[in-house]
Structure formats: C-alpha cells, structure tokens
Design a protein around this ligand. Sequence first.
Ligand code: ADP
Ligand code: MG
Ligand code: MG
Length: 892
Amino acid sequence: PKYVYEFSEGGKDQKDLLGGKGANLAEMTRLGLPVPPGFTVTTEACRRYLADGVVPPELRVQVTRALRALEDKVGRQLGDPKDPLLVSVRSGAKFSMPGMMETVLNIGLNDVSVRGLAAVSGDERFAWDSYRRLIAMFGRTVLGIDGESFVEAMDAMKRTRGVTQDVDLDANDLEELVEAYKKVVHQETGRSFPQQPREQLDLAMNAVFDSWNTERARLYRRRERIPHDLGTAVNVVAMVFGNLGPDSGTGVCFTRDPATGRQGGYGDYLPNAQGEDVVAGIRNTLTLADLAERDPGSASQLYAVMRRLETHYRDLCDIEFTIERGKLWMLQTRVGKRTAAAAFRIAAQLVDEQLITMDEALQRVTGDQLARLMFPQFDRSATRTRLATGLAASPGAAVGEAVFDSATAVARHAAGDSVILVRRETNPDDLEGMIAAAGVLTSRGGKTSHAAVVARGMGRTCVCGAEAIDVDAAARTARVGDIVVNEGDVIAIDGSTGEVFLGDVPVMTSPVAAYLEEGLDTALSGADEETAELVQAVHRVLTHADATRRLGVRANADTGEDAARARRLGAEGIGLCRTEHMFLGDRRALVERLILADSAAARSSALEALTPRQRGDFVELLEAMDGLPVTIRLLDPPLHEFLPDRTELSVRVAVGRERGEDTAAGETLLAAVERLHESNPMLGLRGVRLGLVVPGLFAMQVRAIAEAAADRIKAGGDPQVEIMVPLVGSVMELHLIRDETDGVLADVAEREGVTLDIPVGTMIELPRAALTAGRIAEAADFFSFGTNDLTQTAWGFSRDDVEAAFFAAYLDKGVFTVSPFETLDAIGVGRLVRIAVEEGRRARPGLKMGVCGEHGGDPESVHFFHEVGLDYVSCSPFRIPVARLEAGRAAI
Ligand code: ADP
Ligand code: MG
Ligand code: MG
C-alpha cells in the first residue's frame, strides 16, 4: 500500500488517511499558500505498526523516496554537515487532540551539522539554540526522559549567567547547554544522543506512532468520544525558523475570536522563538496589532492568508505560522474550536456575510453548545471582591475551592467538593485535574494556551493569563498583592469576562435561558450588544431548526408546573407522564391499604380513595398542555417500592416484640413486604404485570384519567390524553388490559355525558416486544420506545449497578466509547428499534411512534430516531431546546 503522500498529493477531505494536520497542510499547499515542503505518513501505516509492533518494511523505502524528493526540492540534504536540511516530525490524528501527542523539531542536527548551520545562517546562537531544542524534545518524546531534567539544566544555566529569559543566553551559553543536555541523555538512557540524521528521523516517527497510546491520549479520547483504533498520521516538514533573531518569530492566530466570536483576527505572537514557545507561556506574547507595528509586511501577508482561508473553508480557521527573517510560513490550519457563544455568533455572521446558508449555519452548531449556553451565570448585581482579571478563555461561571495540582483536584472532586484548578500554566499532565475541576485558572498564557484550548474543547470554564496572580504551586498559594489564597479557599471564576473573584458569588439565569423561557423581547431588553447578537443568533438558528425538523419534540413531565415550563421551552406535548410520584407522600398510606387489602371490598375502598387524588393531578397536567397530546403511563415500578424497607421494618417489629408492644400491624406489613420481596425487582412484578395481578389497580388509574379528561371537556378545554401501558412483552398482556380499559372509558363517557377519544398504546421496552411488534401493533394505538429499559434488557445490564461496577473499565478497553444509557447503542439496541418500527408500521400503517427514554434528549440519539422514522422524541424539559435543534440538524 501507499503509505506516504507528498503535500501536493492530498487534500482536506482525507483526514481519515492523512490526519487533520496532514490533510490541511496538503490543502494549503494546493491553494498555493506558503507551506514548507513535506510529506505525510498515513494513519494506516500507524495502525499496521501498532498492530504488528514493527514498522511495515515498505514504509522505510517509501520514506526514503519521499525524503529524497524533499531534499531535491529544497536543494539540501537531511543533516548535511555543511548546509543541513532540518525537518520536524509531527503527529496529526483525524481529530485534533491539542497537546496530547508528540512533535520533534530540528531533526537532522548533530555535533557536525550544527556548525554547518551556524556557518550558512551566519548566526551561531540560532544554530546552538536549535540543537539544544532538538536534544530536549527528542530526549523527552523519543527517549522518554523526564522533561524536568532539561528544564533544570536550563534554569541552572540562566542562574549562572544571571539572566531570567532564554533569549538572554548567548551562543556560548547555548553550546554549553547542549553539552549539559547530552549528559542528561547519557545519564538517563545509558547511551549517547543519536548522531545519525536518518536514525533520528526513524526513531522520531516511531515515537509519534507510540504516542497514540499514551495514558493521557487515551484519557483524552475517552472524554471526547474518539475511537481508540484510528491511529495517527506523521508529518515530516522542512523546518522554517522563527528563532533567527528579532525579525523572526512564531505565532498562533484565529480568523475570529474563538471565545466570543468577535470579527477580526485574534492571535498571539512571539519574536525570536520556535514552536511550542507561544503556547507554553515561557514569555509574554504580543498581539497581532503589535506584530503589525513591528513588521507591517509580514502582518499584511498574514491577514491576506487569513481572509483566503476563511473564504476557502467558509468558517473560523485556527492557524500556526512562523516568520523567518520577514517571510511568512504557514505551518498548520484547521477549522478552529470555539466556545458555544462564538459558534452561534459566527454561524449567524457567516450567513449575513453570505458565505454560508441557513442550513449550513444549523449544521455549524450543536445541541451540546446550546445546552452550555443555558447554564447559569454570575449575578452582576451581587457584591463581589474581584481578585484579578485574566482572559476570558472558556465561558461559564465556576465556584470552588482553590487547588494547585491535578492530583489534589482529582481527590477533592472524588470526595464531592467543587474545585478550581489554579496553575501558572497547564500542560498535558494536568488533564485529569482539569476534568475533575469545575473551572481552570492560569496566570500565564493566552487564549491559545494549552489550558484555554483544552478547557474550551471540553466545555470547562477557564480564565487564563491572569498575570496579577502569583501562583506558587509548591507552597499551595496564589497571591495578589497582600491577598493570599490558600488551598481550600473558595474562589469564583467567570470564563465569559475573565474575572476572578474571592469567595462565593451567586449565579443567575443566562440570557439564552431567559430567551428560551421568556421570549426574545424579555431577553433583549437591557442586553449589551454582544449579548443581543448572541441571543438573536440562537433565535435565528433555532427558528430555522423548528422549520426544518420532521421530528416532534415532547417533554417528560409529571406535574402541571413542569408541563407549563416545558411548553414555554417549546414542547409540543408530553411524551411521558410517570404516575408513580402520585403514590408517594401522604398517599403512601392509601397504597399500603391497597397492598394489605385481604378482601375485594377492602381493596376497592382503598382504590376509591386514591381515584380523586389522581384525577386532580391529571386535570392540572391536561390544563397546562391543553390542545397538545399528553401521554400518561400507568403504574410501572414494583409495589414494594411504596412500602418500608425490609430490614428496617423487621428490626422495628423485633424490637417492639422484645418490649412487649402490640406489633400486629407491623407484622402484617412485614409479611406483605416479605411476600413482595424480589431478588431482581427490575425483572419482576412491575408494569403491565402489576395491572394483571392486582385487580382494579389499572382500572382505577384509567378511571381517574378519563374523569380528568371529562372535567376538562366540560370546562371548555381540549384534552388530548393518551394512555400508555408499560413493560408489555406479549400482545396477550395488552389485549387483557385493553378489555378492562375500554370498558372503563366507555363507562366514564356515558356517565359524564361526553365523547372520549383516548388512544391506548404501549411502551416498547423489552426485546420480545420489539421482536413481536407486528403482533403487538394489533392491540396498540401507538408505540413509545422506552430505551432505558430496552438498553437494560437488551444488554442484560442492571442500570443501577453496572455504571459504578465496570463501565469505566469497558470505556477504557474500548468496548464502547460512550455509555449506552447516554447515547443509544444504534447497532444493537437500535436494531431492535428498527425492527419494531418496520413491523409495527407494516401491521398498522401510520402507527404513531415516539421515544421517551433519556435518549430522547441526547444529540446523537436524536439523529438516529429521525433516521429510523419516529414521529417524536420526548425528553426532560431542560433538554427540549437541545432536541429541537438536533432534530432540525438531523433533517438537513
Ligand atoms: P501540535 O499538534 O501540538 O500543535 P505541531 O506538530 O503543530 O504540534 O508542532 C508543534 C509546534 O512546532 C507548532 O508551534 C508548530 O508550528 C511548530 N512546527 C512544527 N513543524 C515546524 C516546522 N517545520 N518549522 C517550524 N516550526 C514548526
Ligand atoms: Mg500544531
Ligand atoms: Mg421502562
């Protein structure tokens, strides 16, 4: 197979094979942008290498040929003693994993070629600076030496020279530093730093392949739901140098502000620097405006390229560039990550600029982003003590105890505390701490720093570059003037403004949440310009989603209050009203009477007492959803859930007996509890099974529903109630319940003098129901997929136990990339859904079908439900806007 592609051979749509970085380098090359020449080794080669443990033999040959072509193009040879070609070896997977994987710069330098480089460049300092960087990067990445060893050698050198910054070291210092670094390599590995250029190249390529499987890369992929079997590509790129003096430098920029979406370029630039220096925060960076002042020529080349890339990609682009003695070089681009607010604003801006259509705008935003915008924000009117202001790197309002290292963040989070991870700057080893923290605060680095990029990627609140704060990780303190924040002190950070506060700050509704619940006018009144632009963007995109989607969106709601809220958020009915809470509280006593009833008379008197209470609940619900469908599920959970705990009760009875008290009532109750005890209650006496073995129970509920509907009709309302039978596995069960139900409905209609048109349907939540859906459809007016139970029964997972017991291990081993209770397992459980949809509709054309499990509000699952042809999804009220948006996206 062809394992190696020159940049001129690929394009942006080949991310699977060339990785994101390689595909976009190829694209830029083909656009005629100034990209240094190079080639990409495919992800397929990486997969082969990881599977076999050795490099495929033909790969070495293909690399040789591509390398020679590269050498011919630039007219220099790798590591040539007089005039060396140097290259970088860069990882680049299909999905960007910022800072997770490895890159080695300046490959091709050795004790001889470093002098050649000094001679041809006329800059000794530059040559030794490049060599010491190679040894450190190669040492860390390829030879597995702790990076701290090199940092210590560098710090020692700065101390003896009495300087604070690396740029203050001269050529002699750096030559000495190279010696020190080589000693580190020898000490740590027992061998010398490899001098052969091709050996350097081959070892670095293997190291990039291996970096795919590091612990932190696996952790990142788990979080981002990236499969573990993709592998990474490797890019070999001719070096260009930003460390050739003050008219050189390196930078990172975005074509729009990735935090807010504001138009115009946004970037960080560092003169006389190489590679990672910008994001590592070793020196403070300049802005693009500063660059334009220092070097107007390069800045205008850069602005022209940014415009070109935005026009080409029709989206926000994120760029890495280097200026070598006044000449601009492009080293990377991709469609940039952005905050949720920026995503909506940029989508609307691009529509207004006529670069994309409304359909495309809808595809540029996600339900997760919308959910994030609904989070509460800090209350601006509350009194607050501002400690410092940094950069607004990733929005949100986070309050928690300050912690100064990743391990403490993880431990405190596990103990249930909310923590803010405070660091000078973060690095990939901080990933676990960042996941555990409610927010991340750094004192160094720009919006393109590691902390900012990673936090934005995972939707974590982040303030970075709060330079007024002096972070001392060893002492576990952060100081601002006289104020000292110790570990455990509460701080609050606002990722939308960059503010850092001492102590707790109250939070309030976000403008987007206000818009969704109270409408556009309320949200816009008094809003500043940026907020107004955001709210309007959300409104436009969501309106377009509503106009586009085929799926209806209903809510899971049990009370009038929830129903009203869901309706404000755009629900078109209730897909699931659970009736079990109506058996709790002071009604528990009535349920106990029902369970303990030893005669038909006792039972029906208990049922009669429950009926009016149930009716009241239903009237409220039907009123809130007047004119829209309301699906009420008959009682589902096993009866013992309404009785006291078995152990507690038996202790109570035993103690009472010891004391000689009258324990007759307790004993009767205990006997009932014992009788109802099950070892697998979720597979036991529940749902339709209860309806069949507890006479009158379902009839009582149906009567209450029918009477509530009759009340509403008489009051001039338009109740659209539907009755849903849970846990049906056989059509016989449904037939039996329907016989009873139809009788009750007819009876109430006649007695109340109204026409009741109440469909009776079933949940499809057992594999047998799905597999016999054609028969079940004979007795069902509608289907509603209960995907929680269907997942539980299809996999044989007890939902209440497995998540804690072994899901982490399963996720780690790649059995699944996300819990099947969160995102529907489309291949397995989804197959059951598909079968039921097809058979159900074949038996009864036009049969209405929806879903009412948690999956109804999960973006990926919504797309699946659209695709299989359901009529609606139903989810918790808070997820309604998310489901509306995703249903719209699915329909494009
Ligand atoms: P990451 O994916 O972590 O950003 P990269 O492979 O992009 O890693 O490289 C790390 C840094 O080195 C970046 O700043 C990049 O611009 C710089 N770099 C990579 N290759 C070259 C090169 N050929 N010449 C100059 N700088 C380079
Ligand atoms: Mg990069
Ligand atoms: Mg269920």
